[in-house]
Every structure is written in structure tokens, then in C-alpha cells.
Design a binder for this molecule. Structure first.
Ligand SMILES: *Cc1c(COP(=O)(O)O)cnc(C)c1O
Length: 364
């Protein structure tokens, strides 16, 4: 009997690999592997989440209207051009599934967010991975890679896993060089963390372009990763397509009021951003002082390069940290680096001490 058979292109694809959450033999490891926000969510968001418990027998609002209105109000945007999703991953996936298929090309940075290549493969399209420049996206390399088959260009700005960003003039230059039928996706998952003055997440470009969409999330600086809420701001024609393709109730009922409370608590966000900047900079300075190569970051994590000698390699450091109860992110695409999310104050201090001990220690 013939077994059910998926599309040919799915047989060869690998699933997205999330950050590790467990270490054998350690009851409560410190998880700094998924860029979750150590400062935690707004208390008002937790309260709104708790209050929604009585209503979970109901379906959520299908079009997240109240949440879209709250986002629009806080950010000064047009709520009709917003779509919400089960995390921004939902929307990134919808974009690929709606606009690309076999024979089409999707461009992204070689070192970048893994959802783009995974979902590009899922639809049978061809991923074009352009080498990074100074750890961020390479605008000239991307423009040179565009062909008549290109459908989408993804820019994670700032980049995950490197933490580097492109200044706004570079995004403008990229947009100016792209054909009008190619969608430029500005994935601004870390927009709230950015402190560089020449950064812009892209809303103003979305308003004047037919082919630019910006995605955002409540998972990172709003600290609601477990609720899965994200959103995008795009041209009406693209938002209309995504609304037709998406699941009808894609944002869960507790997620909607929690995200409304989170986006409206601008003071909590400001404190979280300040905390993040302080510790991100302290981690970079501390790692640099050990002679390690910490990439300048505009996010809530730091990518750090280790020496290639086996005693002090990234692999050995990762194992040392795990034995000591700290989980960071090892990256197949960057075997000499580790990605460390900003943690609570004492966790950041502890991981710096552990890495110093590792670097000073002789091989076991
Ligand atoms: C974390 C992340 C996302 C999406 O996260 P969601 O939880 O699905 O909103 C998107 N892009 C980048 C670059 C990220 O790091």
C-alpha cells in the first residue's frame, strides 16, 4: 500500500531549531538562548491575561480589532494597515506562503533569522542566502542577487543572531534598488531595543510604498513570547492578501488584552529598554575585556566569537556554561560563536564570571 506523500521538497527540509531549554542533570538552568526579555512583562499585561481566564470558552476577536486600534494609537499608525498574528513568525510565514512557490526565489542574509529559509523550503521556493556585510545585511549583495524570479527580500533589522543593524539610509537604498513587484519585508522584531539614532523600523516607508511591509512582535521587549502575539504594518493590498490566507482566530483570546495592556504601558517598556541597554553594553564590554570578539549589538542579545583553539573554543565554552547551568545559543552557521541573551542582573554578572573562569582555566 502506498503511504501518504508530502510535496517532494518537504522530504529534504529541516525544521526550525529552537534555543535549548533543558540541561541533563540540572534542575533549573538559566535560559539565555531565546532572546526572551529578562526584565519581564508589564504587570498590567499579566493582570489583563489573568482576567481573560473567565472568557476562554469564547473564540477571540477574529480580526484583533481592539489590539490593532491600541497598536495604531500608541505608534501613530493606521489600524486598517495592521494585521496581527500568532507571533510575527505567523505573518512571516503567511507572506512566504502567499507570495512564493516552486520556481520563485526568496532572498535573505546568509547569517540571519532561520524562519525565512525554513518557510521558503516549505513552499518549494528557492532560498538565496546572501553573505552578510559587517554582520548586517549586505545591500549591494542583495540587489545583485535579485532576478525576475525574486518575490520577497527579508531583512531582519537588527539581525538575529548577530545583533547588527542597517542604518535607515541603507534601507532606503535597498528599497530604491528593488523592482516594484518584489516585497521588502522589514523584520523589526528588536525595534524596541534599538538605541542607535540612525535606525528606523520602517513605518513611514510602508506608508509610501506598495511593496514594503514591517513586522513587529510582543515576544521580545514586551516579554510576552509565551502568548504568541505579533503584528505587521503593510500596504492595504498586502494586508488584504494576508487576511484572506490567515487562520480566522490566529491571535488567542488571552493574548489580545495582554498585548493591549503591554503596548499601552509605555513607561514599563522604557524601563525595560534602559535595563537592556545597560546590560547589553556591560556584556559587550566585559567580553571585550577578556579578549573575546563581541559583536556590537542593538538587540537584547550579544553574539560573541571565541578563539579557535580547542581548549577555548565556542563549543568548549558552550559545554562549560551548560555544566554550570547556563544555556546559551550555539549556532550551526557560526561554529566559533555563541549568542547570549541579556538576562537578569545577577545572571549577566554570573555568566561574565563563568566565561572569565573558562577563558583563564587550563584545558581539563
Ligand atoms: C524572535 C524573532 C521573531 C519572531 O518572533 P515571534 O515570537 O514569532 O513574534 C522574528 N524575527 C526575528 C529576527 C526574531 O529574532
Amino acid at each position: 500500500m502506498a503511504a501518504p506523500k508530502a510535496h517532494d521538497w518537504i522530504a529534504g527540509m529541516a525544521a526550525y531549531v529552537p534555543g535549548k531549554a533543558k540541561v541533563d542533570g540540572i534542575a533549573h538552568p538559566v535560559k539565555l538562548s531565546s532572546n526572551e526579555c529578562a526584565y519581564g512583562p508589564s504587570p498590567a499585561a499579566i493582570e489583563a491575561f489573568a482576567q481573560s481566564a473567565e472568557q476562554v470558552l469564547r473564540y477571540p476577536e477574529a480580526d484583533s480589532a481592539a489590539l490593532r486600534a491600541a497598536i495604531a494609537g500608541v505608534h501613530g499608525l493606521d489600524g486598517d494597515r495592521i494585521i496581527c498574528g500568532a507571533g510575527s513568525d505567523d505573518i512571516l510565514t503567511l507572506l512566504i506562503h502567499s507570495y512564493a512557490g516552486p520556481g520563485d526565489e526568496v532572498i535573505y542574509s546568509q547569517v540571519g533569522f532561520m524562519v525565512y529559509p525554513v518557510q521558503t523550503k516549505a513552499v518549494g521556493a528557492t532560498g538565496i542566502a546572501v553573505p552578510n556585510k559587517n554582520w548586517a545585511a549586505d545591500v549591494d549583495g542583495i540587489l545583485a542577487a535579485v532576478t525576475s524570479d525574486t518575490k520577497l527580500v527579508f531583512i531582519d533589522n537588527p539581525n538575529n543572531p548577530t545583533g547588527a543593524y542597517l542604518p535607515w539610509r541603507e534601507i532606503e537604498r535597498l528599497y530604491a534598488g528593488l523592482p516594484e513587484n518584489v516585497i521588502l519585508v522589514l523584520d523589526a522584531a528588536y525595534a524596541e531595543c534599538v538605541t542607535a539614532a540612525d535606525y528606523n523600523a520602517g513605518a513611514e516607508l510602508v506608508e509610501r510604498a506598495e511593496n514594503v511591509i514591517m513586522t513587529r512582535t510582543f515576544s521580545k521587549m514586551y516579554a510576552l513570547a509565551g502568548l504568541r502575539v505579533g503584528w505587521a504594518y503593510g500596504p492595504p493590498a498586502i494586508i488584504d492578501v494576508l487576511n484572506r490566507v490567515r487562520m480566522p482566530f490566529n491571535v488567542c483570546l488571552p493574548g489580545q488584552p495582554a498585548a493591549i495592556a503591554a503596548v499601552e504601558d509605555t513607561e514599563h517598556l522604557a524601563r525595560s529598554v534602559e535595563f537592556n541597554q545597560e546590560w547589553r553594553d556591560a556584556l559587550i564590554a566585559g567580553l571585550d575585556a577578556m579578549g573575546l570578539d563581541a559583536v556590537n549589538s542593538q538587540t537584547n542579545f550579544v553574539l560573541v566569537g571565541f578563539p579557535k583553539d580547542t581548549a577555548h573554543s565556542a563549543k568548549a565554552a558552550n559545554e562549560f556554561l551548560m555544566r554550570n547551568g547556563y544555556i546559551v545559543r550555539a549556532l550551526p552557521s557560526l561554529p566559533n560563536h555563541l549568542r547570549i541573551s541579556v538576562g537578569k542582573a545577577e545572571q549577566n554578572q554570573a555568566i561574565l564570571s563563568l566565561i572569565a573562569e573558562f577563558m583563564n582555566g587550563s584545558p581539563e
